[in-house]
Design a protein around this ligand. Structure first.
Ligand SMILES: Nc1ncnc2c1ncn2[C@@H]1O[C@H](COP(=O)(O)OP(=O)(O)OP(=O)(O)O)[C@@H](O)[C@H]1O
Ligand SMILES: [Mg+2]
Length: 506
């Protein structure tokens, strides 16, 4: 359920969990992330993973709960666009280490107030963290370093592997500097390409149209409000006392005066049904944080060195009637864009949800569906699979509707697929302009040089027949060819070397 299926995928999942946590932590503390990742092969199917960041660290009294138990994250119930949500990522890694190697994970952290190291494992039956060998260390760093040994995993430089995950993360997080040491000792460095922090998303209250009966119960049972009425007003955006009266009129047999803790599943279902019938003001859109048009462009240029990039960020929209989301797309062409394969390149789709790369389950994803549904020929891409093109799509939302528990594909909600298509088509139109200009120029250039190759030969032949000065004939012939390909000629004149080159060719 947590993504530990298959050797390559499991290792990528571990790196994903630690790296996302480091990025979230740095963002929360407003520091530009510096992250170091080391993957070491210890034996067949057994690897060590080390991830160190420069974030705020974790106080020793919370470290067990945070990293060695599940469902205890600090981002739970916050309704804010972040990578982590449920509080199962890091604890999941600790469990995975424990059940595949029997070894605890090792943590070093320095918060500015204290610096310590310890071993963490977990009493799986009781979901209780076990913190051992806790000791103070020199506070000569800031942040968190976590190291674990994992079995039943494999490092592979494939499109599902750690390297792919890390470079894609660098692409969608241009404010981060990431260094990866691979098991063969190779060091991949992805330097920071922008020095500004991403805009901090605002924490919002959930909109009533975005939640299910089970969400409502979760919220109700954690609520400190005295009555269902005030719970609804306090916990959700756009819910006023007037709206609650309307809801009460629809869900007649629900007691809105009782404590929220006493809400039953039936009550919650009725309230959610009523939510669907009331007219609501749309949700607050400040909750979204995208990568940013400029940032996508800089990152794609830095990492892929393409001959052309076009980026489009659309306006936020809503799906399921109330959940805001925003789509941004970058298309890179040429250079190292596309998936490189022995001399050529094929089109590649780079999928992201809240800036986190999605490497698995592409078949069921809204992004693949939308990109593959585009008639690329209309945009001068004859065969998507045979051109050096990378299409980056990032969907941001406080609630990404994943199509599975592994969180590797976005469900094919109509509004989301439609919006991705529109964004990709927008970006593709700009690419098409570039490509048709480029291809037109290529065709002209080749026609011109073919004809020009004969000019000096023809001039001297005509000189022999007519007795006229060959230089004068050549000049006139060149002018004639040049008139036809005037744009090109003026460019060559400026560059200077054109005529000489043509003569040598003749
Ligand atoms: N590198 C880190 N620096 C500081 N705090 C961290 C770091 N990693 C984890 N934490 C804290 O530990 C908590 C638990 O992390 P965990 O990955 O289990 O859950 P999450 O990130 O909240 O959600 P998800 O399950 O979706 O990953 C986080 O909410 C955060 O408060
Ligand atoms: Mg996490």
């Amino acid at each position: 359920m947590l993504g530990y299926a298959g050797k390559v995928r499991s290792l990528t999942t571990v790196v994903h969990e630690y790296l996302s946590n480091s990025l979230d932590a740095a963002e929360e503390a407003s520091v530009l992330p510096d992250i170091e990742i080391r993957v070491k092969e210890l034996a067949e199917n057994r690897y060590g993973v080390y991830v160190r960041d420069n974030g705020p660290g974790i106080p020793s009294k919370h470290v067990g709960k945070a990293l060695a138990s599940v469902l205890t994250g600090t981002k739970f119930h916050r309704y804010m666009q972040q990578r982590g949500q449920q509080g199962i990522g890091a604890g999941g890694c600790t469990i995975f280490a424990l059940i595949t190697t029997g070894k605890p994970v090792h943590v070093r952290s320095s918060t500015g107030k204290e610096a310590y190291e310890c071993d963490l494992s977990i009493d799986i039956k009781g979901n209780r963290p076990l913190v051992n060998n806790l000791q103070r260390i020199a506070p000569d760093f800031r942040g968190l370093a976590i190291e674990g040994e994992f079995g039943d995993v494999k490092y592979e430089k494939s499109e599902h592997g750690v390297y792919e995950y890390v470079w894609r993360t660098a692409l969608s997080n241009p404010h981060a500097s990431i260094r990866l040491t691979e098991p063969d000792g190779n060091e991949a460095v992805f330097p920071r390409s922008v020095d500004t922090m991403p805009r901090r998303p605002k924490q919002i209250l959930p909109h009533p149209l975005g939640i299910s009966a089970s969400d409502l119960l979760d919220f109700a049972h954690a609520s400190e409000s005295r009555k269902v009425t005030s719970f609804l007003v306090d916990s959700f955006s756009r819910v006023t006392h007037d709206k609650v009266r309307e809801l009460a009129g629809m869900a007649k047999d629900v007691d809105f005066e009782k404590e929220p803790r006493q809400l039953t599943w039936e009550d919650a279902t009725k309230i959610v049904n009523a939510f669907g019938q009331v007219k609501w003001i749309g949700p607050d859109l400040d909750s979204l944080s995208s990568i940013g048009e400029q940032q996508v462009e800089i990152a794609m240029k830095n990492i892929l060195a393409p001959s052309f990039v076009s980026v489009v960020e659309r306006k936020p929209r809503v799906f399921k009637g109330g959940i805001p989301f925003v789509v941004e797309v970058g298309i890179a062409y040429g250079g190292s864009a596309g998936r490189q394969n022995g001399g050529g390149a094929s089109g590649s789709i780079l999928r992201f949800a809240n800036k986190v790369p999605l490497l698995f389950d592409s078949g069921s994803c809204a992004i693949s569906e939308a990109v593959n549904g585009i008639d690329w020929k209309r945009y001068s891409i004859r065969k998507f699979d045979e051109e050096p093109v990378s299409v980056l799509v990032n969907v941001s939302s406080v609630y990404i509707p994943y199509s599975g528990v592994g969180k590797q594909a976005i469900a094919q909600e109509d509004e989301i697929v439609e919006e991705i298509k529109l964004a990709v088509m927008d970006a593709a139109r700009k690419l098409q302009k570039f490509l048709s200009g480029e291809r037109h120029r290529d065709a002209q250039e080749s026609a011109y040089s073919t004809i020009a190759r004969y000019v000096s030969q023809l001039s001297s032949d005509l000189h022999e027949i007519t007795g006229k000065d060959s230089k004068a004939i050549e000049k006139e012939l060149r002018a004639l060819v040049g008139k036809k390909y005037s744009a090109l000629l003026s460019r060559e004149d400026k560059e200077g070397g054109g005529a000489a080159e043509v003569q040598n060719a003749s």
